[in-house]
Design a binder for this molecule. Sequence first.
Ligand SMILES: NC(=O)c1ccc[n+]([C@@H]2O[C@H](COP(=O)([O-])OP(=O)(O)OC[C@H]3O[C@@H](n4cnc5c(N)ncnc54)[C@H](O)[C@@H]3O)[C@@H](O)[C@H]2O)c1
Length: 437
Amino acid sequence: MDKPTNISAPKGKLGILLPGMGAVATTFMAGVELVRKKKAVPVGSLTQMGTIRLGKRTEGRSPKIKDFVPLARLEDIVFGGWDIFPDSSYEAAAKAGVLDPHHLAAVKTFLSKIKPMRAAFDHEYVKLLDGKHIKKGRTKYDIALQIKRDIANFKKTHKCSRMVMLWCGSTEVFQKPHDVHSTVEKFEQAMKKNHPAIAPSMLYAWAAVTSGIAYGNGAPNLSVDIAALQQLAIQHNVPIAGKDFKTGQTLIKTVLAPAFKARMLGLNGWFSTNILGNRDGEVLEDPGSFKTKEESKLGALEFILQPHLYPELYKTIHHKVRINYYPPRGDNKEGWDNIDIFGWLGYPMQIKVDFLCRDSILAAPIVLDLVLFLDLAQRAGMRGIQEWLSFYFKSPMTAPELYPEHDLFIQLMKLKNTLRWMVGEDLITHLGQEYYD
Ligand SMILES: NC(=O)c1ccc[n+]([C@@H]2O[C@H](COP(=O)([O-])OP(=O)(O)OC[C@H]3O[C@@H](n4cnc5c(N)ncnc54)[C@H](O)[C@@H]3O)[C@@H](O)[C@H]2O)c1
């Protein structure tokens, strides 16, 4: 597409709609409110804390990203969403157990007012959950129309000038794209005929896109990653992005693997295992949901290491990923990696990583950056898949003929160059010959 000529200013309120108001969503909302009240710092958020270098290294121009591109202000955000449980966001946050009592107490009034709308849900897609706070309708199409009405009502009630939807719901069972996902006509017919290949997350995505609202997917299930919805996104001038937040173990993987490849070190095997005890962990106990997550986590290494280009180094990699539901840890996941590498003359070496992370604490700033960047993209006239947001995803969506870029630092360079390009600044190539002329 052509460079955006004029990015409209972020006037008025930005409505953020979250299908799935569990641990990640409530930690995100609580965090934004704590930052707004100046009781916390938005650590982990590139939009709030990051800077961007402009021009030559000698110019000393490095504004904050939020001062460089016209992002919505945190003060102008309002929140809403859907869940299969009727708990207010305060109750859901308390159950999730991510935040300490003093943080929860500071946002109790705020979170208590955010109550989920009834969800579009199908037990076949999340086998280990059952909730009663769900929509009823004759067909999936009827339910999708109800979501559209929810969106319109929310917009009116909260006087939003713009909205963004980001899937923070549970991981749905593994599904390959089906013929009914291939065109808009087939997809809409299938919704009307209650076709089993239409997942609830696709109903939200369809409702968002056809309402002209940007949509991102934080989970590994397909959702908007199907041809029909991508065509609709182009038709409705809507940016879309996904999938699966790159938070803990995969973040580290996409930092280490490029380092091995950069130094031409070989890899024999990578064993990743996790214990976690939150609801996400419980849902991932179901083999169907785990398979979706596994596929998403396994993809990165193959694409980064390119075994077809480096067969002596990466032809046979034993890559395994395990996730174990272990309630005592709650949201505080422990991710172990055992990495078997080899060096000069093939001598083996090992690296062990033990990441005692906090899932939702890592995910919340990603949610914030994604909604702000999707809103920016829409105001800049960008539509369809936003590959420059790959930085935030384990399994980045791309045009069908492309392979995804997984290397975190290439992703960051792409993101920052996209911001420079949007505003008409020179792109930074890191060539640097001009300093020595
Ligand atoms: N936290 C992380 O580090 C991380 C990283 C990558 C991806 N994710 C993904 O983000 C999603 C959210 O994670 P979480 O830890 O908040 O999980 P969670 O279980 O705490 O929250 C998910 C919520 O979605 C609700 N839900 C399920 N199906 C729904 C539907 N059809 N409509 C509306 N609500 C629905 C559930 O009731 C639950 O409250 C999961 O899919 C997870 O795999 C999380």
